[in-house]
Design a protein around this ligand. Structure first.
Ligand code: GYE
Length: 312
């Protein structure tokens, strides 16, 4: 557990808590929901939020962080687009004695230490990938893979170098090792619908008839792949099975339509946890070094029942 250094009399003085948040971008339904959750929660808590959209570029995030330091914000929240390359700027944050909170994705420092942030409010990407791969292994029959010697898997990877893509990829490799599920091709679709569609189109050109299963690191890329599969005259979810991660509404709708077979949830509803964390730090309390969102696996047959209760 870690604790922020006790700061000035802000508590008593009634000044608003100022939070600088460097968000990755707006690449997916998930990200849009994440931004909304954080904006809403900060507003409700009466925090002043300085929001910066990095358009997927680490250099923009580094600039935003430096500008937050210059503005002397009380807290910096960072959703890091990639895992590495943060050491210098995070040391600058530490020198300025501004508590840094990682939101969503992970950071790896050169020395392997985790002392450049006070806490991470994130999601367990490895578990998500593992849970989804386990579901696939346990549902061979339902997926129509029972009699097959080999199942050809095509992986749509998330943003190269991102914690989410690295861990989800590794979890699949580990879980599928020694099984009949073989990854034939793996390419990044940058967590976007457009790129997921583009990559799927190219696979259909070269490998049509060979593709059994798409493992997409997020729903948006799966939804893009679904469009490409339909355009090629095939039935997504039937001729080519598809599983993905997030659990956004668009994915539930695709599952209900029979076009997507299973989704592992990744919750973007980080706002309330972030606000609670900051409030605890303001009160001088200790906070856990890492908090993961609670997440489930939703197979297509449960989608209709669950959709009405989905919040994103
Ligand atoms: O799965 C994807 C988004 O980092 C967990 O980023 C997040 C991922 C999420 O663009 O949809």
């Amino acid at each position: 557990a870690t604790k922020a250094e006790v700061k000035d009399q802000k508590n008593g003085s009634g000044k608003k808590v100022v939070v600088g948040f460097s968000q990755i971008g707006a690449e997916s339904e998930w990200r849009t929901a994440n931004t909304k959750s954080i904006k809403d929660a900060c507003e409700e808590a009466g925090f002043e939020l300085k929001f910066s959209d990095a358009l997927q570029k680490q250099e923009n995030q580094i600039k935003a962080i430096r500008s937050f330091i210059a503005q002397k914000v009380d807290y910096i929240a960072l959703a890091p687009v990639v895992e590495t390359g943060w050491d210098t700027v995070l040391k600058e944050v530490a020198d300025a004695k501004i508590p840094l909170i990682l939101v969503d994705r992970s950071v790896k420092t050169a020395d392997g230490k985790d002392d450049l942030w006070i806490t991470r409010v994130g999601e367990n990407f490895y578990e998500e990938g593992k849970n989804l791969a386990e579901w696939v292994k346990n549902n061979e029959e339902k997926l129509g893979f029972k009699g097959k010697d080999t199942v050809n898997v095509y992986q749509l990877e998330g943003t190269v170098g991102s914690g989410a893509a690295i861990d989800r990829g590794q979890a699949w490799v580990d879980t599928m090792e020694g099984t009949k599920f073989k990854t034939i091709k793996s390419q990044t679709g940058d967590f976007t619908r457009a790129k997921g569609q583009e990559v799927m189109e190219s696979w259909l050109k070269s490998d049509k008839g060979k593709i059994d299963l798409i493992y997409a690191h997020n729903d948006d890329m799966a939804l893009g792949a679904i469009s490409a599969i339909e355009a090629a005259g095939l039935n997504p979810g039937v001729d080519i099975k598809i599983v993905s991660i997030d659990g956004v509404k668009g994915a539930f709708e695709a599952m209900i339509a029979g076009k997507l077979n299973c989704v592992a949830e990744c919750s973007p509803l980080t706002g309330p946890v972030l606000v609670q964390t900051i409030s605890d730090l303001e009160a001088g309390k200790e906070v856990p070094k890492l908090t993961y969102a609670k997440e489930e696996v939703f197979p297509a047959e449960k989608a209709a029942e669950i959709l009405p209760s989905r919040q994103y």
